[in-house]
Structure formats: structure tokens, C-alpha cells
Design a protein around this ligand. Structure first.
Ligand SMILES: *[C@@H]1O[C@H](CO)[C@@H](O)[C@H](O)[C@H]1NC(C)=O
Ligand SMILES: *[C@@H]1O[C@H](CO)[C@@H](O)[C@H](O)[C@H]1NC(C)=O
Ligand SMILES: *[C@@H]1O[C@H](CO)[C@@H](O)[C@H](O)[C@H]1NC(C)=O
Ligand SMILES: *[C@@H]1O[C@H](CO)[C@@H](O)[C@H](O)[C@H]1NC(C)=O
Ligand SMILES: [Zn+2]
Length: 379
């Protein structure tokens, strides 16, 4: 853990100040070519790839900022905020409407969305949809961008919205209150996800970079988790260059599941450049730099019993201040506790005496560990 932190700090120190070229990102909906090996030697600084994420910083200044995404969401550190407004969506059911454009832009699989889809509640302003896209790995490497307690999910969906007070996505993308992204973790379930199949069944039509196809409209709401009430909220950025720090992030706690076969299709079908698989298109988690992560729900402290409703207060002594209120069980517990402590003390003193006797013979104190408290060591 500490080692990781040191490595991350070292990486941060290597950050160089760079120019800000005009470019586009997944989150702003335009399609920029990926570099990959054949372009590596070229000087086109707006070409970027996932194989060398440190290089983003020298070409795109914001990528080395202090509010970058994705992040690791440490569930025990998320701050429950009962004042977070629930997300309310309108216009997400596009069934029967015009076909939608599905695109392989070399970085991701992207579905263009009409701005009649909007988030009407949950933020200070209304946010209009622009596009959704995915991040994934390989069969061996789970490829979500955000992590939960350091753990990746197999894939992640991002629905990108822009503040309705701006004319369009590209106007909004570099404004502090410009963007709102709804993110969902995608895991593996037993059944095929019919809603995801609306997109995944067209994968072979967009296997070549820069190719696109039209797919029938459907209810886009069904791509998100059933429950939108439990989510994490934090201030972050685009997870692709130019990494603008303009995204109000919502990561849902409920996950989405697709079948193993569906996930494999996403991982194996698309190509970037001439011969490469388009996979592992996720950015490494970024440092928080003091940012807070809010949650719309309070979680029980017991991770192992998350399906059981455990009361938040587990320490009876705190509530029953006076000794007179203690139950028989409590008194017994205390009595045994004291007895145990005394026994330990006596044993320790005895052992200490023994060690003193032998210390002239044995210099190695490691062989004479007397008592070690039963706490866990964080290494
Ligand atoms: C994100 O949205 C919340 C809720 O409206 C708001 O309080 C917060 O200021 C927003 N963050 C930014 C960076 O605008
Ligand atoms: C976005 O809006 C601005 C300002 O109205 C306009 O100049 C620009 O052409 C628009 N861009 C796109 C891609 O529509
Ligand atoms: C996000 O930024 C806004 C604007 O600076 C701030 O009001 C809000 O408290 C921040 N949200 C969190 C979760 O820190
Ligand atoms: C959802 O919240 C619970 C309770 O904090 C946590 O244990 C779990 O890891 C979270 N899962 C996701 C995907 O956020
Ligand atoms: Zn994304």
C-alpha cells in the first residue's frame, strides 16, 4: 500500500508542464484517431493511446491536474450526504424514434445520443445527453476505470451530458460546470442482457476503426442499473485527453450485468489501427489530492454482512453511560475481561523474568516475543 503511494508520488513528480493543443476526447463526442505503434514516432501531439498514459501529461496540461478521473472509490471513506438530490431522467425511452449512430472511434465504442434525453433533477442545472461509451479490458484484465476499494469491474459505461446553459457539448466541455457523467459498473451475470444486446449485436458492423452503423432506437434507461438512488459523487475530469476538469461524476453503487459471452464480444470484436484489438481502454486511477467522495446512501460498517440490516451503533457501552444500566451480560463480560488482563499481566511478568535469566545466553530477542496484540498490520 505504502509502496504504491510512493510510486504514485514519483509518477506525479515526473509531470512536466506542457502545451494545450486543441483536441477532442471521448467525453466531448468527437472522433480522434488513436496513435498506436504505427504513429508513435510522429510528432502529432494530439494523438494518444492507453499504452503510455504518462505521455498524456506532456501534451495535455490538464491531465496532470489535481482533480483527475478516474479514481479509486474507498467505500469506508465516502461521506454520506443526505442532501444529495436523486437523479431524475427524462426522454431516455427512444423506442420508435430515429435510428442511433454507433461508432468505433479507435478509443472506444460510442453511441451518439439526442439531446432530448436529459437529467432534469440531481444537479443545479438541467444536463442534456450527448453520447455514451464504454471502457473494458480483456478476459484476463478487468477494465473498469473507477475502482471500488482498489478492485476493478470487468467494464464500465459512461453516459456523457452537458449543461443546458451551453450551446453544445464542445462549448460546455471546458467550463467548470460543463459536464455531468453517469457511470455504471458492468459485471458478469448468468443471463444475457437484452438491453445491452441492442448495442452489442451490432459490434461486428463497427469492428474497423472509424466505422459506424445505425441501430434501432431503444430505451437507453435500461443500460443503467435498476436502482439509481445509491451513488457516489465527486468532482473530476474527462478520463481521456484533454482531461478537462469539468465533470461532475456520478458512479452508481448498483451494478449492471451482462453475460460472459456478451463481455467477450466487447473485448474481442473491435480493432484499433490496422491489426490491433481495441481493448484495455481504461485510464489508471488518479490521486484524490484531498477531494471528497460523497455518497447518497449510508452503508453499514460491516462489509461481510451487506445484505443484513446491521444497526450502525454496535457499541452498547457508549449509549449506557452509567454502570447501573449495565446488564448481567455486560458485567460478566467486563469481569472476564479484567480476569484475562490480569492473567496476561502475570504471564508477561513471569515471561519477562524468564527472559532476563536467559538473556545472557540468547541475544536474539525475536525468539522471546512475549505478547503481541491481535491487531491487523497494514503493510
Ligand atoms: C456537482 O453537482 C452538485 C449537485 O448539484 C453541486 O453541488 C456541485 O457543486 C457540482 N460540482 C461542480 C464542480 O459543479
Ligand atoms: C457549438 O456552439 C458554438 C456557439 O454557438 C458554435 O460556434 C459551434 O459551431 C457549435 N459547435 C458544434 C459542433 O455544433
Ligand atoms: C465540487 O466543486 C464544487 C464547486 O467548487 C463545490 O461546491 C463542491 O462542494 C465540490 N464537491 C465535492 C464533493 O467536493
Ligand atoms: C456498494 O456499496 C456497498 C456498501 O458500501 C459496498 O460494499 C460495495 O462495494 C459498493 N459497490 C459498488 C459497485 O459501488
Ligand atoms: Zn469514459
Amino acid at each position: 500500500m505504502l509502496l504504491k503511494l510512493i510510486i504514485l508520488l514519483l509518477i506525479q513528480n515526473q509531470v512536466q508542464a506542457g502545451k494545450v493543443p486543441s483536441s477532442s476526447s471521448e467525453e466531448d463526442g468527437s472522433s480522434e484517431h488513436d496513435d498506436e505503434e504505427h504513429d508513435r514516432s510522429s510528432s502529432h501531439e494530439h494523438h494518444w493511446g492507453y499504452h503510455d498514459q504518462e505521455a498524456w501529461m506532456s501534451s495535455f496540461q490538464d491531465c496532470s491536474g489535481k482533480s483527475q478521473s478516474p479514481i479509486d472509490i474507498e467505500t469506508s471513506k465516502a461521506i454520506y450526504d443526505p442532501n444529495l438530490n436523486l437523479i431524475e431522467l427524462e426522454g431516455y425511452d427512444l423506442t420508435g424514434g430515429p435510428h442511433l449512430t454507433l461508432l468505433n472511434n479507435g478509443h472506444t465504442l460510442l453511441l451518439a445520443l439526442p439531446n432530448t434525453m436529459r437529467i432534469v433533477r440531481g444537479f443545479d442545472e438541467v444536463y442534456l445527453a450527448a453520447q455514451l461509451h464504454f471502457h473494458w479490458g480483456t478476459i484476463e484484465v478487468p477494465g473498469s476505470e473507477h475502482t471500488i476499494d482498489k478492485v476493478h469491474f470487468p467494464a464500465e459505461i459512461h453516459m456523457v451530458h452537458y449543461n443546458s446553459k451551453y450551446a453544445n457539448m464542445s462549448e460546455a466541455a471546458n467550463k467548470p460546470d460543463g459536464l455531468a457523467v453517469l457511470g455504471g459498473f458492468i459485471g458478469i451475470g448468468l443471463h444475457e442482457n437484452e438491453n445491452y444486446e441492442k448495442i452489442l449485436s451490432a459490434l461486428t458492423d463497427v469492428s474497423i476503426e472509424e466505422s459506424n452503423t445505425q441501430i434501432p432506437s431503444f430505451n437507453v434507461r435500461h443500460l443503467l442499473p435498476n436502482n439509481l438512488e445509491r451513488f457516489y459523487r465527486y468532482n473530476g475530469s474527462l478520463t481521456t485527453p484533454p482531461c478537462f476538469q469539468t465533470v461532475n461524476w456520478t458512479m452508481f453503487n448498483d451494478t449492471i450485468t451482462v453475460s460472459r459471452k456478451q463481455l467477450a464480444a466487447l473485448e474481442n470484436t473491435l480493432k484499433a489501427g490496422q491489426n490491433q484489438h481495441l481493448s484495455k481502454n481504461f485510464r489508471a486511477p488518479q490521486l484524490l489530492h484531498g477531494r471528497r467522495v460523497l455518497s447518497s446512501f449510508s452503508s453499514s460498517p460491516s462489509v461481510d454482512n451487506r445484505n443484513v440490516d446491521v444497526p450502525l451503533e454496535t457499541e452498547p457501552f457508549k449509549r449506557s453511560g452509567a454502570l447501573g444500566e449495565l446488564s448481567r451480560g455486560d458485567i460478566l463480560a467486563i469481569a472476564f475481561g479484567v480476569l484475562f488482563a490480569v492473567t496476561l499481566l502475570v504471564f508477561s511478568m513471569y515471561a519477562y523474568q524468564q527472559r532476563k535469566k536467559h538473556s545472557k545466553l540468547k541475544k536474539d530477542s525475536r525468539q522471546n516475543v512475549i505478547y503481541k496484540p491481535g491487531t491487523k498490520e497494514e503493510v
